[in-house]
Design a protein around this ligand. Sequence first.
Ligand SMILES: C[S@@+](CC[C@H](N)C(=O)[O-])C[C@H]1O[C@@H](n2cnc3c(N)ncnc32)[C@H](O)[C@@H]1O
Length: 281
Amino acid sequence: MDTGNQAQIDYWNGEVGQRWAENHRALDAAFAPFTQALFATSGLAPGEHVLDIGCGAGETALRAARQVGPEGHVTGADVSEPLLDAARARAVAEPAGGAAIEWLKADVQSHAFGMRFDHALSRFGVMFFDDSAAAFANIRASLKEGGRLRFLCWRAMAENTWVALPRTAVMPLLPDAEPPLPDAPGPFRFALRETLRPILDGAGFRDIAFEPVNRTMRVGDTPEDAAGFVVTRGPIARLLRERDPAVQEAALRTVVDLFAKLSGGGPVELGAACWLVSARA
Ligand SMILES: C[S@@+](CC[C@H](N)C(=O)[O-])C[C@H]1O[C@@H](n2cnc3c(N)ncnc32)[C@H](O)[C@@H]1O
């Protein structure tokens, strides 16, 4: 079924998806404070069935598998073949020792899961749907009555200095860049509670809660690592896609220089802010 997600499916199966897969350890390290927040009060109990939405290279699905134990079950769903391959390889190399995990190539917006999950969770995997109302209705339909939804999404870019500062630095290299449409799929589309709440309401969720999570994020151990993350895999990669390689190279150098100035050449640590959203089916 064509859900309108083809552009995102191409994106996450293309160069950026490949780079995410190759660098998943660095991404997991950077996101660690948020992962901790997602699982701190997750309420996952032994024997439960969990859906990881946009599971990427598998960190959160593996963690959920450990929490629900051998009687439980985890489905890690994603549209990205390279990321699912990385997740499968990782699950073999570092078995979670808990629930069986099914790595499923599926568009969460439309896949018919059946009403079988106790929990649906996601670390930054819910902001890329073409039709968010349809996607959250589908997620709601995959949950048992009373099942729980819990996910992380970014707040406004201005509150995320790890993106805002490098973005400001590279914009002069991209004078023709169009400002993103507020409702277009992308990391910051649910920055405002006012955008997300009616979507969750409309999908039939109740007890909707937004908890702000503010952390200092170690973007990378060196300015080069940190710049590689934000420019080639993070939100700025979207701006640079299909740009001349010379522009991409100049953007990378600009951000390395910026981060070197900010960090004195050491680890780059900047502010990051997201919502921990929870709701009940
Ligand atoms: C920002 S990444 C986060 C990946 C992972 N949750 C993590 O934290 O490392 C977003 C993920 O959502 C996936 N994704 C995007 N649209 C999707 C869709 N319609 N159905 C399933 N997965 C999707 C992407 O392939 C990608 O793996």
